[in-house]
Design a protein. Structure first.
Lengths: 314, 497, 334
């Protein structure tokens, strides 16, 4: 029953995406070109990685608002580790990602050990991590990375942007984990009924901590890609990205109350948002007008899918 | 008040067919029926929560059409629901008058009157100890219920509907509630009393109406029926033996508990349990029965004491460990603790053995499907298919899913906490026969139940708890309602032999 | 489990004295108040200029708009909902006010219009939440994009200058009290009394505490939700005016992270994120606490770069203290 309702939402989204693609292609001949589409894939990777991890977090009934700040913090740490501490760049990358994952661990610990609602916990760490980024950076930016580093954010592998590979592989692994493994099952079970999950011997706390760590990790990888793509670090990187990621996840059919959602849905939601952004800007709509449309699409998509679901199951 | 020809359908299924019901001033009219017989639908129509498809409601000779609960309220009908509808963060006085505040000029609430009248209403209910300014979250269930009754009285209700009012009360509070009901009846209030408990019905009711499968089976004066007749009216057949005790061979000791402690509700508990044995645990709500189970199951790990499983001392710190040691717990609150309702039967049944059903981290869907089909067949779970959401099943079938989930772990010790609460008579018998089958296979069962006949009927030995301590352990042959009841309510006996 | 949770406190439930009751009911407010007091004492010892009246006025009136917005937010959160679009809404309303003021409309129109526009926009949000049953966080996430995107694409982020002096009410004083401060205090007190002593106000707690019970009690839950969102919009309108008129110019963008600041203030002030409890006095005190922290850090010479980190740390500490207090009171049973 549930499963079918879920498929329905994804089908509906996919159809919507197809329509949007057709309309946009018809609107502008620059839209449906390989170069443009690949470039869009490049641009959506950072939000995409975060959104995939966020799908898991929201499916357990949680939320992680601190990802944008973790992204900023990791970007700053990358620069600091490399330039100020003098680590070799690969080591600096690893250290920065480790720090971001630790930030996620910290979120998980606050949420599970102190029973702080995730919304509040990550709201607090959103302020904290961004503050740390600002404090550490002292408004300095780090530039001048070695050439090989830019392969990650600006280069290509087999004709496809490097980071798009990372996103696709990440999405594939994540969707397999969520759909076919006992870890994924645990995520849904916690999101639907945490108490019963605990009574069934599932590892509720460990799973949650792991997911917030994964969320921190995804934001950290996104940070490295971000730095590589724009060739610099700034402490305000990633501001507001949490809302973009949550929009993609919710648009993709994940219930904000937990227990329901798929990586595929999130991915389609992501593509839809990116296509709209790009297509509209090609059609001459200014960047901010597209944000507006995305908001409207979010509300409408959930509204329509709600109506479908109610008429279908009742 | 009378209702005639009440019918109601949900999603095309008729849950109530042409039912008549009435209540007179100053009488207690009991409403009886199995789960799903249509009792709650009927009273919800009376309370204005549901609109009847057909039928009329007449109050004091006037036909009424209730569009909302406030219509029913103004017609003098008030309801005390099973799940008490109070607001924990608001005070007692506020809860009583919420939505019905006395006003001063300008629309401001007259708080002095609110508090004074609440005090007065509670005093009428002999609840002089209840502080009107306390937040409801600080109250016990029985106290909350009196607040609900005060709320009903505050609306000058002439008809009071009580939906299973004693379901979650301890014995002493039940007595007190029955006094309150009697007192209200004597003041001329008509009371619709929904309950499963026969003793109460015979003590309180003037008349009794039985519903079955949404139809009206009959209305009798209480003097004209006995318990057997009522049960057979409810289930449509006479139950030969309510508690078929299967004789199983009782083997060696599986579980030995010595001086177990956790908090104030598990104090210095010792007992042993043998293969093939059913150990019934009796006690009032709050006596520590469930807390003991939770401690054995690792939910609230023991702070001191010993648990010896098959001769090995074990330390149980989590449900996971308990499971791996062969202890299973079918919890008290099925919806909250036992099931993930939106999930498929398949996923619920496999939940506790998901590691065993996986290769690496991947779930073996075929193995999962097989084990689920086997469970559906073995326990007679009535469902469309293994992918049906558990929430769509009836209470009895839901309970069987929880039992199936835990039996999949092949437990040595199975703890059943109120295994037949909220399931109908048919499913109840099925669950009892499953228990019989299990002990024959050598499983040791601990059964917690508030239903004394069930405890006495099913158990080989009865362990009685009171205030977190064991007050008596009685063999089946010597167990009588009087002895168990005495141990449940008495102060701790000095050193029971 | 249930029985334990219920039976346990019932035993020590008897008449409490005034102090106990005050603490039970306004514990979080008192904690925040104490934090403010401690902060004042400590910072003043380090740097006496901190208590200079000019500085205090700057602290309080500069942040009054946050407190005003937090009042509406508190009501919304008490019903068990949330609004992440309020920052964008304030940006939009401020721009509307400024635009009206410089296009020759009477000043009072410019000052009053934001309230009504805010009510209208949030009423729509309320309808989507209450009747279409879309979770509030989803609706307001969408509204956030629409308002933010709409604002920038219409105005291009330009500055509104040459505001008429009469329009700049946040810089005025009434009976020598700065107007924003006056608004903050009066609105907080009024809202508190309204929520404490009127039937409508009590129904906000009821809806957040137990929605089904509220329906059964005959409270028109859907209608009330729409109204609460609309009231929240009106407060956002007032907040927008205070925000727009404190400087000589209005930048027509959305103040970054304003919604998070407002939500945090509300929650730190003791409004349960799950709905059903809290007061607007708490949210206002929490706003004052944040403002005091921000200013205090400057006075004790914390580098501006570390400001946000320290604030973040303090927020976290307050959240943890709050959790500790709640668990301590209710036991681990919940």
């Amino acid at each position: 029953m549930n499963y079918r309702a879920l498929l329905r939402h994804e089908t509906f989204l996919a159809v919507l995406l197809a329509i949007v693609l057709v309309v946009l292609a018809w609107q502008s001949d620059r839209f449906f070109t390989v170069a443009n589409l690949l470039n869009q894939g490049r641009l959506m990777t950072e939000i995409g990685l975060i959104a995939i991890a966020m799908t898991f977090v929201i499916a357990t009934g949680g939320i992680d608002l601190s990802v944008g700040s973790i992204l900023g913090l990791v970007a700053i740490l990358l620069g600091v580790f490399w330039q100020n501490v003098g680590l070799p760049l690969p080591l600096a990358i690893v250290a920065a990602i480790a720090a971001g994952t630790l930030a996620g661990l910290f979120n998980g610990l606050i949420i599970t050990r102190f029973k702080v609602p995730p919304l509040i916990a990550t709201l607090a760490t959103l302020a904290l991590y961004r503050g740390l980024a600002e404090g550490i950076s002292q408004a300095r930016s780090v530039r001048g990375y070695p050439e090989w580093f830019y392969v990650l954010g600006q280069g290509e592998v087999l004709g496809i942007p490097t980071q798009l590979w990372i996103l696709l592989i990440g999405a594939l692994i994540a969707s397999i984990i969520l759909a076919y493994t006992r870890w994924g099952r645990t995520v849904y079970a916690i999101g639907s009924n945490e108490v019963a999950s605990r009574f069934s011997g599932l590892q509720v706390e460990k799973t949650k901590i792991a997911l917030y760590m994964a969320s921190g990790f995804a934001a950290s990888v996104a940070a490295v890609i971000f730095v590589s793509r724009v060739s610099t670090t700034r402490s305000d990187m990633g501001t507001g990205i949490e809302l973009d990621a949550i929009t993609a996840v919710v648009l993709g059919g994940t219930s904000i109350f937990g227990g329901r959602g798929t990586v595929l849905g999130t991915f389609i939601g992501l593509c839809l948002i990116q296509a709209l952004k790009n297509g509209l800007s090609l059609a001459g709509v200014k960047g901010d007008g597209t944000i507006m449309l995305i908001g409207a699409v979010l509300i409408l998509a959930i509204l329509i899918s709600n109506v479908f679901e109610r008429s279908g199951s009742r | 008040m009378s209702m005639k020809g009440m019918s109601k359908s949900f999603v095309g299924i008729k849950v109530l067919k042409d039912v008549d019901f009435d209540v007179r001033q100053g009488e207690v009219h009991a409403l009886l029926g199995e789960n799903g017989a249509g009792k709650s639908t009927l009273i919800k129509m009376l309370a204005g929560l549901y609109k009847p498809d057909t039928g009329t409601i007449v109050v004091d000779g006037e036909e009424q059409k209730f569009a909302s609960t406030s219509d029913a309220t103004s017609a003098g009908i008030a309801t005390v629901y099973q799940e008490l509808l109070l607001f924990p963060e608001l005070t007692v006085a506020e809860n009583v008058f919420l939505g019905n505040y006395p006003r001063k000029a300008g629309g401001w609430i007259d708080w002095a009157t609110v508090r004074a009248r609440t005090r007065d209403l509670l005093d009428q209910l002999d609840s002089h100890d209840l502080d009107v300014d306390t937040k409801v979250l600080n109250l016990s269930v029985a106290q909350r219920q009196r607040v609900e009754i005060a709320k009903a009285l505050s609306k000058n209700a002439r008809i009071l509907i009580m939906d299973e009012p004693t379901a979650s009360l301890v014995e002493s509070d039940v007595q007190r509630l029955m006094e309150v009901v009697t007192q209200l009846r004597d003041r001329g209030v008509g009371i619709v009393y929904v309950s499963h408990r026969m003793p109460e019905i015979f003590a309180l009711a003037d008349r009794v109406t039985v519903l079955r499968d949404g139809t009206h089976v009959g209305t009798r004066d209480i003097g004209d029926v006995d318990e057997q007749q009522l049960v057979s009216m409810m289930v449509g057949r006479s139950i030969e033996s309510l508690f078929p005790k299967a004789d199983a061979e009782i083997g060696e000791t599986v579980l030995e508990v010595r001086n177990l402690n956790h908090g104030r509700h598990v104090r210095d508990i010792s007992f042993s349990l043998r293969r093939g044995e059913i150990l019934g645990i009796a006690g009032l709500v709050g006596s520590g029965r469930t807390e003991l189970a939770l401690t054995l199951f690792g939910m609230t790990p023991a702070t001191s004491g010993e648990i010896v499983l098959e001769g090995e001392p074990v330390h149980i710190a989590s449900p996971r460990q308990a499971r791996d040691l062969g202890i299973a717990y079918v919890p008290e609150d099925r919806g909250l603790q036992g099931l993930v309702k939106p999930m498929a039967i398949r996923k619920n049944v496999s939940m506790a053995i998901i590691e065993k059903l996986s290769s690496g981290i991947f779930i073996r869907a075929d193995a999962e499907a097989k084990i689920t089909r086997d469970a559906i067949e073995r326990f007679g779970i009535r469902s469309r298919n293994i992918d049906q959401a558990v929430g769509e099943l009836s209470g009895g079938n839901q309970q069987k899913v929880v039992i199936a989930k835990w039996l999949a772990t092949n437990p040595k010790v199975l703890i059943l906490d109120e295994p037949t609460r909220g399931v109908d008579v048919g499913a109840k018998a099925e669950i009892h026969s499953i228990m019989g089958e299990l002990v024959k296979q050598g499983v040791a069962i601990i059964m917690i139940s508030s239903e004394l006949p069930e405890v006495l009927g099913m158990s080989d030995r009865v362990l009685v708890m009171n205030s977190g301590e064991v007050t008596d352990v009685i063999d089946r042959s010597k167990a009588s309602p009087e002895r168990v009841g005495a141990a449940m309510t008495a102060h701790r006996l000095e050193e029971t032999a | 489990m249930m029985s334990e949770a219920v039976a346990q406190p019932a035993r020590r439930l008897r008449r409490q004295n005034f102090a106990q009751r005050l603490f039970a009911e306004y514990g979080q407010e008192l904690v925040v108040l104490a934090a403010i007091a401690v902060l004042f004492v400590v910072v003043t010892l380090v740097n006496p200029r901190f208590v200079n009246p000019n500085n205090l006025v700057t602290i309080f009136s500069g942040n009054a708009y946050i407190a005003v917005a937090a009042i509406g937010m508190a009501m919304v959160i008490m019903t068990g909902n949330i609004d992440v679009s309020v920052g964008a809404l304030i940006g939009v309303l401020a721009t509307i006010a400024g635009t009206l003021a410089v296009s020759g409309y009477p000043i009072w129109v410019a000052l009053v219009a934001p309230m009504f526009v805010g009510m209208a926009i949030n009423a729509v949000i309320g309808v989507l939440v209450a009747y279409a049953r879309i979770p509030a966080i989803v609706v307001t996430l969408g509204a956030l994009s629409i308002l933010r995107g709409g604002l920038i694409s219409v105005t291009g982020g330009t500055w509104i200058t040459d505001l008429p002096p009469d329009f700049l009410i946040a810089q005025k004083r009434f009976l020598s009290v700065p107007v924003p401060l006056l608004f903050m205090i009066v609105l907080t007190v009024l809202a508190f009394l309204w929520m404490r002593y009127t039937a409508f106000g009590r129904s906000i707690y009821a809806i957040g505490g137990n929605r089904e019970a509220a329906v059964a009690t005959g409270i028109p839950v859907e209608r009330r939700l729409v109204t609460v969102f609309a009231i929240h919009g009106a407060f956002a309108g007032i907040a927008a005016i205070l925000f727009a008129t404190q400087l000589q110019v209005i930048q027509s963008t959305v103040p970054p992270n304003l919604e998070l600041t407002i939500i945090t203030a509300t929650v730190i002030g003791g409004v349960s994120i799950l709905g059903g409890s809290g007061t607007v006095i708490g949210s206002t005190l929490a706003t004052i606490l944040f403002a005091t922290i921000g200013s205090a850090l400057i006075f004790v010479n914390v580098s501006a770069y570390w400001l946000r980190a320290v604030i973040g740390l303090l927020i976290l500490a307050t959240v943890l203290a709050d959790m500790w207090r709640r668990h301590g009171r209710n036991g681990a049973a919940a």
